[in-house]
Each structure stands twice: as C-alpha cells, then as structure tokens.
Design a protein. Structure first.
Length: 662
C-alpha cells in the first residue's frame, strides 16, 4: 500500500507535490499549536478590551466602535471554543498536562474586563442567557479540573484558585448585566443603585439653592444624587415637577464663565457615573473588595505556580517531558497577565472613573479619612475642568446642502464616486455631514436661555414660547414673537424643525455678517436636523412620509435652480412651485413669511437671538421627551449634546416626591 501511495504521489507534477506537502505541513503545524494560538488570542482580546474600551465614551469613531464590537463578540467565542476543546484533551497524554491548566483562565476571560461589561443596552437585557452560559461553562471547567486532578497534583492548587477567581469574575459580570438590564423599558429596577441612599430634603431637596449642586465637592454631590438623576435620565420620574426658584444672585452666578463650566462639569460627572453603571463594572461600590480579592487570589496562584516550576527543575529528568517550554511560557503569560490586568483595572478605576469618590463618601455610613480622599483625588489629575468626558462634538446635517452635493457628486464625480457617496465614503471637502466642536458660545447661550426660561420647562408641547420672553437689546421685536408662536401652534415637531431649518438657511444666506449668535444658530439648526432626520428622534410614520415629500420637492426645485442654494431659496421666496403638495406649499409660505417678519419686524441685533432661542427650546423639548434608550445608547458612542442638555435641566427640573425626599 505504501508503495502504491508513493507511486501515486510520484505521478503528480512537482508543483502539485510541493503544494500538497505545504498544505499538509501547515495543517500539521496548526493541529500541534492550535490550542496555544487560541489561548494567546483570547488573552490578547482581553488586553485590547481593557485598554481601548474606555475611549468610546470620549470619541465618536466608527472604526473604534467596529473594532470593539468584533473584539467583544470574539472574546466570548474564542474562550468558549477553547474551553470546549480542552474537554476533549486526553489527560494522560504528557503533552497535555500543562494545556489542561489553561481551562480556568477561560472563565476569567468570560468574566470580561472592567471597562466593558456590556457593548450595548441589548447585552444587558440578555443577562439571563449569560446566567445559563455560566452554569454550562463552569460545569465544563470542573470537568477539566477533574482531569488535572489525575495528573500533576502540584498544578491543582493554582488551577483551583484561578477557577475560583474566574467563576467569581463571571458571576460579577452577570450581576452587573442584570442590574443594568433591570432598568430597561419594561423591567423593574433592582432597588437602590450602587448602594446610593435617597437624599433628605434638608440637604439637596426641593428648597436647596441651585448653587449647592455645583459646590467644590461636586463628585460627592453627584454620587448622593445618583439615584434621582438615574430615574430622571431613564424617564422614571413623576410627571409632576416643581421648578427651582432662582434668585438674581444665583442667575448671575450660573451665567458667569465659572458657573457655566461648573454646570457642564456636573452634568458630565452624572453622565459618567451612568455610563459606568450601564457599560462597565466601575459603577459597583461592592466591587472594591471584589477586585482586591481577585487580585490576591491571582497573585497567590502565580506564586504557587512559580514554586511548582522551580521545584520541577530540581526533580528527576523523567518528569521534565511533561511540559514544553512554550506551554510553560504561555502559562506564565496567562498568570502574570491576569495579575497585571487586575492591577491595571484598579488603576484605571481610580484614574478614569468618578466612582471612587463614592468609596470616600460612604453611602452606608461614615466617611473615609481625609488622607484617603486626598490620595484618590491626586490619582486622577486629568479629571479637571478642562477635560471633556465625551466627544464634545455636534453632528451637522443640512438637508438642502446634502441634496445639492449629492447631485453634484453624480454629475461631476461619475457613478462610481456617487455610489461611494451613498455608502458614506465622501470627499474630504464635504460640508453637509460633519462634526463641529461644541463652542463655549453654544454652551453659554444654552445655559443662559435655560436660566431665563427656567419657569417654562413644562414641555407638554413645542410652542416657541421662549421667543416671547427675549430681552431686546435695541428697538425690540414688535409683533414677531406673536407671529412666530402662531406659526408653530398647529405644527408637529417634524414640521416645526423643517420650517425653522428653512428660516435659518434663508437668514444665513441673507445676512452673512459674522457673529457668535449667527454661528450658534447655524450649528444648532444643522444639529437638530441631524437628530430629527438622521436619528429619527420624535419621528412617527407621518413624519417619515413628510420627509420623503420634502426631499422630492427639494430635488425638483434645486434642479430648476441649477443646484444653487442661494437661487433655490430666492425662488422659494418669489415664485410659487406647482410641484408642492398643499401641506408643503403652506409650510414653504410660512417659512418665507417668517423670514420676512424677522427681517422687517426684528432689529438686526436681535434676529439671531430669536432664531437661537427657538432652536434651544426645541432642543430642550426633544431632550426631555425623546426615548431614554437613545440617551443610553449615545453614552457609549462619544456622547450627545442632547443628553447633556437633559442633565443640565435636572437640578432645575426636579420631580415632586410626596414622601419628603427627592
């Protein structure tokens, strides 16, 4: 038979024989080192997740999001595959004695890293599935440990320690997922969050001065109010609200540069704590002791393994064949890596999270010594007021510019580049869809308008009410506020956003004099169009049909205007487009009439103030009434200014609780 095989092989051409030998060698090499490569891949994924998952809170990057998503899914898949593969290993094979030792490390990897317990809110809702997986994977790990019990007895002790550590870490992950998942749309929360206590009225209740929220111990205040801010964030508060009464001194403080910085920093701190609660293990107060325990167990296992390895060198030569050098090296990588990852997690928890402050305040009575507080604050020097806890970007989308640029791309770039355009791969000079850094002017204007209208934060409907209370800087507004309010009376939010988007574009083309409020109006207009059109916030089926009609109308009108935006807006003002439906014709007439009123009834210095005020009121309305799932999702995608706007309203817009607590 062997001679026949040799004859058959010799009948193949030399290139085919070489190819068969190469494939066979690669397959043999993979079969020999398959488990080692997968174990190292599993460890590498854990390292990547630990050190890069935290960036998604501060950066809106599609590439980073895709890489983290792939790593998050692959980490569990690879660990499960390795654990299942180890159950098939023959325990009495000398080559596999060290390989069996790696099984508990897969439980440690399945426990995940502290910086990314969940990739999205949907993962939190699937915590029961993870609980089922825990029982099966722990059973497999026990089976593999039992195999090791029949081999080298000195490896059993470190193996059992890692098994305990991995099981505890896996159970902690499921607990964190279940606790976060209980705050879903139809679930019931699991009691107080992170051990937070409800704050009595005499400290931060309904009569507390607004400035007390932005005190020097802001982190402690944010922790104390976390339970209530979480309910507000998830729309689980009462529909009854009592507005905080602000005196003139508090208004002046909030409108100052220092007040603006403190207010936004307070919102960032609250949202950072909520992010830790949903997506990481940093939000658990009990995790402090847990992390230290896991670190001690892993360090003990490493010490026992080192003693075992040194003792093995002094043993007889007959025992050495049990362990290959590569397997021993991989074991050291896993053990040292487990200790290093735990230490890194603790350091990252201290330096990048606001949760350590909760350890100092102590929600279960008492306070930590001042030296502990000082050490924790010194370990986080980067948490100053200049560091943003989110991307700090405003997404921009202009519907008219998008349609014009798309048609130009079709004509000038050809079909291939037009297809790339449709896929999102656009030219570097594209200005229709981009990010702009949120400016200090936008932050200040938003907080100023919020303070000026803090008594009108009801938001049962959008009526452009704030425009009637703008303090005029020159000759006043005339009848413009009443006209604007009447225009918005019978419009839904989608029609209102598109109408004011048209009005803003008309005014931008008509008045090109640079000013801060003009830039704010442009950024807010494009940002809200991004929220309404691209993110479909507050958009129902009728709103989708409305946007389809708008796009068809703009495409037809821009074609007649030779795809010139200025010409299109002028035609909108002077000519009647017969292609318009009755509702769109009415809306276009309202937009041109409103722009005419702003030009003739409002002083030039106040025109942009009114436009900005309407946009800010609309932004607050969307922030307060849109689905909380959008806010929770955006926390892990670089953050949204809309979410910060909602949390800025929290100290002023506090719910009434008849129990005497917030």
């Amino acid at each position: 038979m062997r001679m026949l095989n040799d004859h058959v092989q010799s009948s193949y051409p030399p290139q085919a024989q070489h190819s068969r030998l190469t494939v066979g060698s690669i397959q043999q090499l993979w079969n020999e080192w398959e488990i080692q490569c997968l174990v190292l891949a599993s460890f590498s994924l854990q390292v990547f997740l630990l050190f890069f998952a935290g960036f998604r809170k501060r950066y809106d990057s599609r590439a980073l999001s895709v890489l983290l998503w792939l790593a998050y899914l692959s980490a569990d898949t690879v660990a499960l595959f390795v654990l299942g593969h180890l159950t098939c290993v023959v325990h009495d094979d000398p080559r596999h004695q060290m390989v069996l030792f790696w099984a508990p490390f897969m439980l440690l990897h399945l426990g995940g890293q502290d910086t990314i317990t969940a990739f999205s809110m949907e993962d939190c809702a699937l915590w029961k599935r993870h609980l089922l997986n825990l029982t099966t994977q722990v059973a497999l790990a026990i089976y593999v440990v039992g195999k090791q019990w029949q081999g080298d007895k000195q490896l059993v002790a470190p193996m059992v320690l890692i098994f305990i550590s991995g099981t505890a870490k896996y159970m902690e992950r499921i607990w964190i997922l279940g606790r976060a998942g209980s705050w879903g749309p139809i679930s019931r929360p699991w009691g107080p969050l992170c051990g937070q206590r409800r704050i009595p009225r005499d400290r931060f209740g309904l009569d507390a001065p607004i400035w007390s929220f932005y005190s020097s111990d802001m982190e402690d205040v944010a922790h104390d109010m976390f339970y209530d801010s979480m309910k507000y964030f998830m729309n689980r508060t009462s529909k009854l609200f009592r507005m905080t009464v602000l005196n003139q001194e508090e208004l002046d403080c909030l409108k100052s540069d220092e007040g603006v910085n403190l207010a936004y920093k307070f919102a960032e701190t609250q949202l950072s704590l909520i992010y830790d609660f949903f997506y990481t293990k940093f939000g658990s107060l009990d995790g402090v002791l847990h992390r230290l325990t896991i670190l001690i167990i892993n360090s003990t296992a490493l010490s026992l393994f080192v003693l075992h390895h040194k003792g093995g060198k002094r043993r007889s030569e007959a025992v050495k064949y049990y362990y290959r050098v590569a397997d021993v090296a991989i074991s050291y990588i896993l053990l040292v890596g487990a200790v290093a990852l735990e230490i890194s997690s603790i350091l990252m928890w201290l330096m990048t999270s606001y949760s350590p402050s909760n350890v100092c305040t102590g929600s279960r009575g008492g306070h930590s010594p001042k030296i502990v507080v000082s050490i924790l604050k010194r370990l986080r020097p980067a948490q100053g007021s200049n560091r943003l806890e989110w991307s700090g970007k405003l997404q921009q989308y202009n519907l008219i510019d998008e349609i014009i640029q798309e048609e130009k791309a079709r004509k000038e770039y050809g079909w291939l580049k037009w297809i790339m355009w449709r896929m999102g791969i656009k030219q570097q000079d594209d200005t229709t869809t981009k990010h702009v850094a949120i400016s200090p002017e936008v932050k200040k204007v938003f907080l100023d308008k919020l303070c000026d209208n803090y008594g009108r934060l009801y938001f049962s409907s959008f009526t452009a009410e704030w425009a009637a209370y703008i303090p005029s800087s020159s000759s006043g507004f005339g009848a413009a506020p009443q006209i604007v309010r009447r225009i918005f009376e019978d419009l839904d939010l989608v029609s209102s956003a598109f109408l004011w988007h048209l009005v803003t574009d008309i005014c931008l083309v008509r008045d090109e004099t640079p000013s801060k409020l003009r830039t704010c109006s442009q950024h807010l207009s494009n940002y809200i169009m991004h929220l309404v059109y691209r993110c479909n916030l507050m958009v129902d089926a009728d709103g989708c049909l409305f946007f389809e009609e708008c796009i068809q109308w703009i495409e037809t009108s821009c074609k007649h205007a030779n795809y010139d935006k200025r010409d299109f807006l002028q035609r909108l003002r002077h000519e009647r487009d017969m292609s318009l439906t009755e509702s769109l014709e009415h809306l276009a007439g309202l937009a041109t009439h409103c722009a005419f009123v702003l030009k003739n009834e409002v002083a030039a210095a106040d025109q942009w103030d009114m436009i900005t005020t309407v946009w800010i009121e609309m932004l607050c309305y969307i922030a307060r009434n849109c689905d909380h799932g959008f806010h929770a999702k955006q926390l892990s995608a670089g953050g949204e200014f809309l979410t910060h706007a909602k949390m800025l309203m929290f100290p002023i817009h506090r719910p009434v609780d008849p129990s005497g607590y917030m």
